[in-house]
Design a protein around this ligand. Structure first.
Ligand SMILES: Nc1nc2c(ncn2[C@@H]2O[C@H](COP(=O)(O)OP(=O)(O)O)[C@@H](O)[C@H]2O)c(=O)[nH]1
Ligand SMILES: [Mg+2]
Length: 215
């Protein structure tokens, strides 16, 4: 994946209609402060196009970043901000559910979890919503630079186990593995693996069909 152009192409407010859109979308969800803006900036090779928050929980908008004029990275509003009032929390849930259910262009949802902590009830709820909307979440374990290398497998195990045990949505197949990619905004480790997921999904079944046509 080579990033040629990036632009904030659309900001969608809580009550606005989810735009129909024509470009494929990849959405990013997670609690506020988990490192969503940092990841999106890292993927776009930009320092600060996506705002890294000094006021957590403030953004209640869906921001669409257009990459290479060919797809969108979609920054969903963060959750779990303790001081957000009830109305904001309610609007947040409705907005996310509406987005997951109505976006026609959505190809994948990335769920960000802090590698240091056990996922919260809201993380598991988000995980369930993504599954219920028909997507298999790709987990990004953020802030990987904050743990020792020797702790990596143990922490990934904790994330995987908590999601599997607490989720209310049955796995499609009992042995289904949850895909987790460790990422660090400091070293950018994990970026190539995330690009590979995007490349793979952008190629998609249509590209395969086209390739078959050539045979
Ligand atoms: N060490 C470290 N800090 C991070 C990483 N990702 C985000 N942060 C910090 O965590 C805070 C919240 O990040 P931000 O991207 O605004 O989170 P958001 O609220 O999910 O968008 C900021 O102070 C970031 O600098 C990471 O991978 N490693
Ligand atoms: Mg943010």
């Amino acid at each position: 994946m080579v990033i040629k152009t990036v632009e904030l192409s659309l900001v969608c407010g809580v009550t606005s209609k989810i735009p129909a859109g024509t470009l494929p979308e990849f959405a990013f969800a997670g609690r506020s402060n988990v490192g969503k803006s940092t990841l999106i900036n890292g993927l776009m090779n930009r320092k600060s196009l996506a705002r890294v928050s000094s006021q957590p929980g403030k953004t209640q908008t869906i921001n669409y970043y257009e990459i290479n004029k060919s797809f969108h990275l979609v920054d969903l509003p963060g959750y779990g901000y303790a001081r957000a009032n009830v109305k904001v929390k309610e609007q947040w849930g409705k907005m996310i559910e509406r987005y997951l259910r109505t976006s026609q262009q959505l190809r994948a949802v990335f769920l960000l979890l802090d590698i240091r902590h056990e996922p919260t009830g809201q993380d598991v709820m988000m995980y369930d919503w993504i599954l219920q909307a028909g997507f298999t979440p790709v987990i990004i374990a953020t802030k990987a630079d904050k743990i020792k290398k020797s702790q990596l497998q143990k922490q990934l195990g904790l994330l995987r186990r908590t999601l599997r045990q607490e989720s209310h949505v049955p796995a499609k197949q009992p042995g289904d593995q949850i895909r987790i990619i460790p990422w660090s905004g400091q070293t950018k480790s994990g970026r190539e693996e995330i690009y590979a997921v995007l490349d793979e999904l952008l190629a998609g079944p249509e590209a395969e069909e086209n390739a078959n046509d050539l045979i």
